[in-house]
Design a protein around this ligand. Structure first.
Ligand SMILES: Nc1ncnc2c1ncn2[C@@H]1O[C@H](COP(=O)(O)OP(=O)(O)OP(=O)(O)O)[C@@H](O)[C@H]1O
Ligand SMILES: [Mg+2]
Length: 287
């Protein structure tokens, strides 16, 4: 386990100086220009996801802080673009894989989605970005050569039983969604590995390192109608109430994210009279 925890430290070690420098830059910008920039980035995420689905782009890495809408963006576009398959009750041509995955699991998944037009999304599957064997498989799958073959070099009964060959051509595409900011990773070995992967992929960094950017993004998505499904009686008043609460308590909330907005909206819906007291207990850090 010691090895494992040291790997986690290598990844989580973020560059505080870089974030401070970023805060200074952001302080120079107007709210509007930050919101325009964020809107544009998420539009690029949608456009690129579509390009991956069409097969024009074979691999993309999406990095950004928790709860800002990375998975939502990618999944919404893939779902829409696969609608005809869904209506025909056919197996979707994409899959979102979440959580830990072994190297052999990765190999099998790439085989399953190896046909042209298929997309595998590895969402928060950081274990495959940390592990030599998995990374080598990915490097083969995403190489820029015109034909990309992947092989499994040791005899495996599991693969044999499932009819998975020990070598195949990968013609599909892949998307990686992660909280890891690649350039902030300090470990040289890991950095080299990730650089090799990055060089094979388009990289979208949904920069939102500062609280100010996060709050503006929250306001933007609420204005777009994120809370409509709650059907509050006075939607605009509730919207203002929630936004003010987030604004006033930005330093105390456990996380500044769209996920936090939903938590607070849930509370507002369940306990209209005293939701703030509940939120103080469940959504805030202990001071
Ligand atoms: N544009 C949007 N409109 C409405 N709801 C959204 C939007 N973007 C995100 N959400 C909602 O906000 C929540 C957080 O979004 P999401 O799960 O995509 O975050 P994430 O960036 O993938 O976070 P993590 O890194 O923790 O996985 C989800 O419940 C999602 O449905
Ligand atoms: Mg996610």
């Amino acid at each position: 386990m010691a090895g494992k925890s040291s790997k986690v430290t290598e990844v989580l070690e973020i560059d505080i100086d870089a974030i401070r420098a970023r805060e200074k830059e952001v302080a120079q910008e107007t709210d509007q220009s930050i919101m325009d920039r964020l809107r544009e980035r998420f539009q690029i995420l949608d456009d690129m996801t579509l390009a991956v689905k069409k097969g024009d782009v074979r691999a993309m890495i999406v990095s950004g802080p928790p709860g800002v809408g990375k998975s939502y963006g990618v999944e919404t576009v893939l779902e829409k673009s696969d609608i005809f398959n869904k209506l025909a009750e056919k197996k979707p041509k994409y899959e979102v894989v979440k959580g830990a995955m072994s190297a052999i699991g990765l190999y099998r998944k790439l085989y399953e989605y190896s046909a042209p037009g298929n997309v595998v999304v590895f969402d928060d599957c950081d274990s495959i970005l940390m592990e030599d064997l998995s990374l080598n498989i990915l490097k083969g799958a995403l190489d820029s050569s015109s034909r990309r073959f992947i092989s499994w070099n040791t005899d495996s009964r599991v693969l044999r039983n499932e009819g998975v060959p020990d070598r195949f051509e990968f013609k599909g595409a892949a998307i990686f969604i992660t909280n890891i900011k690649f350039e902030h990773v300090r470990s040289k070995k890991l950095r080299d590995h990730l650089d090799a992967l990055e060089s094979r992929c388009h990289y979208i960094d949904l920069q939102m390192d500062t609280p100010r950017e996060k709050i503006l993004r929250i306001k933007q998505i609420i204005t777009d109608g994120m809370l409509d499904r709650y059907e509050f009686e006075q939607p605009e008043a509730v919207r203002d109430e929630l936004v003010s609460f987030i604004d006033e308590n930005q330093n105390k909330l456990r996380e500044l994210s769209l996920r936090m907005v939903l938590k607070l909206a849930d509370l507002r819906k369940s306990f209209p009279a005293n939701w703030q007291a509940t939120a103080r207990t469940t959504c805030m850090k202990r001071s």
